[in-house]
Every structure is written in structure tokens, then in C-alpha cells.
Design a protein around this ligand. Structure first.
Ligand code: BES
Ligand code: MN
Ligand code: ZN
Length: 494
């Protein structure tokens, strides 16, 4: 879908004018304008009870006169509560309704209303994200013929003020780039583990580098190369699997060649059975999403390359399966990480930290100015924060608050959690430098404490996305989070 921010009035010719009505039948400016022009048809519908103004409720009306072939009335809820969340919901509902019509273009006037606590730029960005969301389709393997895509090709976002229009245009551009990354992240998460293997992730990275030849390079290391690097911790996770592991290194160069990069490190367990500490059967299929950290890294690289951001970025993806077998790692096994520190593996299901610690050691060679790892790391994080916020852990106050602010602006929140020394006591082992689990209490925090032992001297943050990377239930699917948060951080990074 093509997106434009345009200065327009309701006299503008369009297949469909999207106008809002607040609760209590309060007309938005554009709705009032059209109503006036056309002889009060909207007022009549409100009076007759066809339009309630309830947030997200839509009504399509065809009008024989005027410049709009159709009018889609969408409920905006209470006027004093109309903010970005409400805008998102109203626009999504409107687009879903417009797509069912024959409209090839539409003009949306919701953006002319006062949307609390935002700017024209973020309104543009949000609009692009919503538009992309409305057209996203899961790469399913259903054999029935796919429904024809909607004819809607162009969406105009009406913006008042020329300065605002320029800002909204920039927001649309950024939102489109971010959405391209989110779609890749979602696709990779949604693909089943028999397709989305470590090899597949590596191929995806190489394909990205092929498309963005001038700015992006990728190096893929196989098991032998990983062994050479002495990544004994990473290798212990892949030991039971027939799928070969991969270490994927991406380098994007858009900034000053001497500027230190930001580094992103992704957990890429393409399927997590738990290994010998095997998981219960219920919902185990969802462990195909255990590579969403890696998918986030790839999504961010795609978005950054598409937007040609003037930054340097490094991505490290440690990817393998976690399987039980005769060659699998056993509880009690002791392994040596690339850092030299030894680890007693008390639970083979705490495998994410085992692949991440070696990737975090590897990233040191870039002397990054900040390292952010992204991982579906713990069920405990889901217990603590649910599906609203990603867990944020950091050893650096400034980095942490920059990420919190980015999450707020991007509507992709992360909530700060502690990583105090005291929690690390739970990782004591009689047989190695540390154990890989710290008991039931504070599970998300002890996982972060484990990672913290490998990032000393680096500015580091860890995003636990176990609760935010996908949704379960009837609408099961990847969310594309936290691509928006990370993109906002990188766009605003100094
Ligand atoms: N990938 C899981 C975490 C997970 C579980 C994410 C459920 C989303 C939903 C991770 O590898 C894991 O198994 N973690 C264990 C750690 C425990 C053994 C200390 C967990 O959370 O149960
Ligand atoms: Mn696990
Ligand atoms: Zn896992």
C-alpha cells in the first residue's frame, strides 16, 4: 500500500473518506464538514442510532453526491481520551472495513483530530505501521486458494499544516521501513521449525546482504568454525540435534567508518524441546518462536538497511535446536564457555543463556558502544510482566533509560528490572564457575545475572521478549516486537 501525507479538505476526490465520530454522537471536524456538504446524512444516522461513536465501530455509507464515493464512519470513543492507542485501533478497524470495499484509494481524516500526546511524525509512523499490520498475512501452508488481496492501493493521511505534513511524511517513511522489518520478524517466527532451521536463518541473513550489497555484509559460521572459537557453551545446546548450528554475523555500515557500532545479539533456538530436561507437551509447538530474538535482529537489520540509517550496527545470531538424544547434553554436565568460565548445566532447558553467553563474548572484538541482546529467555518474565512489556535488564543507567524512552515513543514498551549482584548468588555451583539456573525465584532476573557475567566492561542491555514476541490462542502469531522499540532507539541514537 502506498502512503501519503496530504494537505486536504473533505472536497478531495476519493474512493473512500474515512471520518471519525466520537462517543455521544460528537462529529469530528471532517465528519461535520462532510455532513454540512451533503445535507446532514451523518447527523441523521447518529440520531437514528446507527452510529454510536464507540471506538473501532464502523459504518460504511455510499453517497450519491460529493467527491467521496463512499464514507466510512469510524467510532473514536471518548473525545478527551483519544490518544495514539485509540488512533491505532480506529484506523485498523477503518482499514479492515475499507478493504472489504472496491476502493482502490482512501483518504483518512482521523489524523486531523487532536491525538493526545503525540506529534505529526509519530502519527505518520503509527499510520504506516497500522496500514502494514492490516495487510500482513501469515506465511501459512494452507492448500486452499489464497483470498485475493484487497484492491486498496493508496492511503492518504490528511494532515493540517505544512510543517506537520513534512514531519508526517517522514513518519510514514520510517513507519514503512520499520514495518518491513517487523514483517520479516513475524514471518520467521511464524514459520514452523522444520522450515525455519538455523540454516534457513543463515540463508535469510545472506539474502538480506545480497539485497543491500553496499551497506550490509554477512558471515555465517558452521559447527567447525564455532568449535574453533571455543564456544563450548553454545555447542552444548546443539549437541542433541541433527540440524547443524550456525553463528551468523551481520555488519551494517551506514555511519562514520571509525564510529564504534551498536551490537545486537539474538537468541536463535529454532525449536526448544527443553533437551533432556524435556518440556511438557502442552503448547510445546510455541517453542518454534524461541528464535524470535534472532528474528528481531534480522528484522532490525532489514529496516535499518531499507531506511539507510547513518549508523554502524553489528548483529550476532547464535542459532541451533535444543533437542534430546543420545548425544544431548545431560543435567550435571560441565562445559567451558568461550570466555573461559565454566558452567554446570543443571537444567538443559535453560539453553538460551548458554548460546547467548558465547555470542556476547564474541561481540567484544567489535568494542561496541552498546550491546543489546534480545531473547525469548524465561517463562518467569511472562509471569512477571505478561504480554504488555518486554523485560529490560541493564548494567548501564543511560542505556536502560534510552531504551525505556524508545519503547514508550514506539508504543513497544520495556520495563526495567533489577540485575543486582545479590541475585547472582543463586547461580553458585559446587562443580563449576556457575550453574546455568538459579531456582524458581526471580527466574527472569537470575537469567539476566547469568548473562551479566559475560559482559563486564561493556554497556549492555538484555530484552527478555518471552511474553511479547508472539501471542497465543486463536490469533496465535508473531508480533514483530521489539523491532519498533529498537528502531526508535537506533533512529534517535547519538
Ligand atoms: N524458551 C524458554 C523460555 C520460554 C518459555 C519462553 C515459555 C516463552 C514461553 C527458555 O529456554 C526456557 O525454557 N526457560 C526456562 C528456564 C528455567 C529452566 C530456569 C523456563 O523459563 O522455564
Ligand atoms: Mn528452554
Ligand atoms: Zn528457550
Amino acid at each position: 500500500m502506498e502512503l501519503h501525507a496530504i494537505a486536504t479538505t473533505t472536497r478531495h476526490r476519493t474512493d473512500c473518506a474515512i471520518v471519525g465520530v466520537y462517543e455521544k454522537g460528537l462529529l469530528s471536524a471532517a465528519a461535520a464538514d462532510l455532513d454540512q456538504q451533503l445535507g446532514k446524512p451523518l447527523s441523521r444516522l447518529i440520531k437514528e442510532g446507527d452510529v454510536s461513536g464507540k471506538l473501532g465501530e464502523t459504518l460504511l455509507v455510499t453517497v450519491p453526491k460529493g467527491n467521496a464515493a463512499r464514507i466510512l464512519i469510524v467510532g473514536m470513543g471518548a473525545k478527551d481520551k483519544f490518544g495514539r492507542k485509540q488512533y491505532r485501533k480506529a484506523l485498523l478497524a477503518a482499514l479492515n472495513a475499507v478493504k472489504k470495499t472496491g476502493s482502490t484509494n482512501a483518504t483518512c481524516y482521523l489524523s486531523q483530530e487532536t491525538v493526545a500526546a503525540t506529534s505529526a511524525y509519530y502519527l505518520g509512523r503509527t499510520s504506516a505501521e497500522v496500514a502494514a499490520h492490516s495487510t500482513y498475512r501469515i506465511p501459512d501452508l494452507k492448500t486452499a486458494k489464497k483470498p485475493a488481496p484487497s484492491p486498496l492501493k493508496t492511503l492518504n493521511i490528511a494532515i493540517l499544516g505544512s510543517q506537520e505534513r513534512i514531519q508526517a511524511e517522514k513518519g510514514l517513511r520510517h513507519g514503512t521501513g520499520i514495518s518491513s522489518g517487523m514483517a520479516l520478524t513475524r514471518d520467521l517466527g511464524n514459520l514452523p521449525a522444520n522450515i525455519c532451521t538455523p540454516t534457513y536463518l543463515a540463508k535469510t541473513a545472506q539474502e538480506l546482504a545480497r539485497v543491500h550489497r553496499s551497506s550490509l555484509t554477512v558471515r555465517v559460521m558452521d559447527q567447525a568454525a564455532i568449535r574453533k572459537l571455543k564456544m563450548g557453551s553454545f555447542l552444548s545446546v546443539t549437541a542433541g540435534s541433527d540440524q547443524p548450528p550456525r553463528l551468523i554475523v551481520l555488519e551494517y555500515k551506514g555511519g562514520n567508518s571509525k564510529a564504534a557500532p551498536v551490537a545486537l545479539v539474538g537468541k536463535g533456538i529454532t525449536f526448544d524441546t527443553g533437551g533432556i530436561s524435556i518440556k511438557p507437551a502442552a503448547a510445546m509447538d510455541e517453542m518454534k518462536y524461541d528464535m524470535c530474538g534472532a528474528a528481531t535482529v534480522l528484522g532490525v537489520f532489514k529496516a535499518v538497511a531499507n531506511l539507510k540509517l547513518p549508523i554502524n550496527l553489528v548483529g550476532i545470531i547464535a542459532t541451533c535446536e535444543n533437542m534430546p538424544s543420545g548425544s544431548a547434553t545431560k543435567p550435571g554436565d560441565v562445559v567451558k564457555s568461550m570466555s573461559g568460565q565454566t558452567i554446570e548445566i543443571l537444567n538443559t532447558d535453560a539453553e538460551g543463556r548458554l548460546v547467548l553467553c558465547d555470542a556476547l563474548t564474541y561481540v567484544r572484538r567489535y568494542s561496541p558502544k552498546a550491546v543489546i541482546d534480545i531473547a525469548t529467555l524465561t517463562g518467569a518474565c511472562v509471569v512477571a510482566l505478561g504480554n504488555q512489556y518486554s523485560g529490560l535488564f541493564s548494567n548501564d543507567e543511560d542505556l536502560s533509560s534510552a531504551l525505556v524512552q524508545a519503547g514508550k515513543r514506539a508504543e513497544d514498551g520495556a520495563w526495567p528490572m533489577p540485575v543486582d549482584e545479590e541475585y547472582a548468588d543463586q547461580l553458585r555451583s559446587n562443580f563449576a564457575d556457575m550453574a546455568n539456573v538459579g531456582g524458581r525465584e526471580a527466574g527472569a532476573i537470575t537469567a539476566a545475572c547469568f548473562l551479566a557475567k559475560f559482559v563486564e566492561g561493556m554497556k549492555w542491555a538484555h530484552l527478555d521478549i518471552a511474553g511479547t514476541a508472539w501471542i497465543s490462542g486463536a490469533n496465535k502469531g508473531g508480533t514483530g516486537r521489539p523491532v519498533p522499540l529498537l528502531m526508535d532507539f537506533l533512529i534517535n541514537h547519538k
